[in-house]
Design a protein. Structure first.
Length: 360
């Protein structure tokens, strides 16, 4: 393989619940909503938050530099650069915050980083709370490469913040419910459907290693790779073998599961969970969107979401979700320090649209 990956093997959980949510202590309430433990590191996004965020994003365009959920009130906040745009946001019943830098300036900063300072071990994305593009540089980024990053940041008048993080940024091949193929272990994310045909989604970089997947190492195939996109994107579609009819739930790794009823794009500040075959269910919050990650060896992925959830090798392809809403497919991280992680996910809505499938 041409990418930096961690490869390991472990016994797989039964694949009747392919969409997984790594859960050790977390559980479900009788209503199926997240427990207080799951919500502890962020605030919940409501269905109206997702809808209004998408609508205002389309209508405001470059007049907005993004949106987030306020950590204290849980209310959606939309950043704007003019009084006119602020009035439009307030008319929609949403709080507006006037900021210095608009979407065009932050986009230009993202472009400058990709053009002049894209080095392995870095990821960069928009944090609307700071009104900045935040770069995370792992422990391998030193010397001239680190100086290059800081030089680009200095030229952007505060639009870019460079942050050092421990560990090494990598795609985490290993696994939700574990899936095995091509000598590696990954995780499955969400079960999806197109008419009566059943599939599951996993990471695109996992598909670089295998064309068929099994629920045990060397076991019979449960699905065959149909399509994948990597790098640039990081998602793939696997068709279930004949006779497989799995439920559309996420495994909580505590004897229970979560029914997934819809999909949405993540909002900065919201709480979420990640499920994978290595670290099981972990919790965190969304810290940046539109993130580009340089995994090395020419593998650059854009449009990701950065979170504080913990993950490890084998979690690649696992599920990121909030309550019953699917958010993303686990891509990679630079590891975890204590309970603070850096898990990146590929937005699932993009994969659903690309393949014409839906969660169920």
């Amino acid at each position: 393989m041409s990418k930096r990956v961690t490869i390991a093997f472990a016994s797989a959980a039964a694949l009747t619940l392919i969409p997984t949510t790594l859960a050790s202590a977390a559980g479900t309430t009788p209503s199926g909503e997240p427990t207080p433990d799951e919500r502890g590191s962020g605030v919940r996004a409501s269905a109206s938050d997702y809808t209004r965020d998408a609508q205002l994003s389309r209508s405001l365009g470059a007049d907005s530099a993004g949106s987030y959920l306020d950590a204290r009130t849980g209310r959606l906040v939309v950043t704007v650069t003019s009084k006119k745009a602020a009035g439009e946001v307030r008319a929609a019943g949403v709080r507006a915050k006037v900021v210095e830098r608009g979407g065009a300036e932050l986009k230009a900063a993202m472009t400058a980083l990709g053009r002049d300072a894209s080095v392995p071990g870095t990821s960069w994305g928009v944090d609307p709370r700071r009104n900045q593009v935040v770069v995370e540089a792992d422990s391998t980024v030193t010397g001239e490469e680190l100086a290059k990053l800081r030089s680009v940041a200095e030229k952007r008048s505060g639009a870019i913040q460079v942050k050092r993080v421990p560990g090494v940024l990598r795609e985490e091949v290993l696994g939700g419910d574990a899936i095995y193929g091509g000598g590696v272990r990954c995780s499955a994310a969400f079960n999806v459907t197109q008419g009566s045909t059943r599939f599951f989604l996993t990471a695109g970089h996992c598909a670089e290693s295998a064309t068929t997947w099994s629920e045990t190492n060397g076991g019979p195939a449960i699905g065959r790779q149909e399509k994948h996109s990597f790098p640039t994107n990081d998602y793939s579609l696997v068709r279930y073998a004949s006779g497989q009819n799995p439920a559309g739930n996420v495994n909580l790794y505590n004897g229970s599961s979560r029914d997934i009823t819809g999909a949405a794009n993540a909002v900065v500040g919201q709480a979420l969970q990640k499920s994978g075959s290595t670290t099981k269910v972990t919790s965190g919050k969304v810290t940046a969107v539109n993130v580009t990650a340089n995994y090395g060896d020419g593998n650059v992925v854009s449009g990701l979401v950065r979170t504080t959830a913990c993950s490890a090798g084998g979690d690649s392809g696992g599920a990121h979700f909030a309550g019953s809403t699917a958010l993303g497919i686990h891509s990679g991280s630079s590891g975890c320090t204590g309970t603070q992680g850096s898990a990146l996910h590929q937005p699932v809505a993009e994969a659903l649209s690309a393949y014409g499938v839906k969660v169920y």
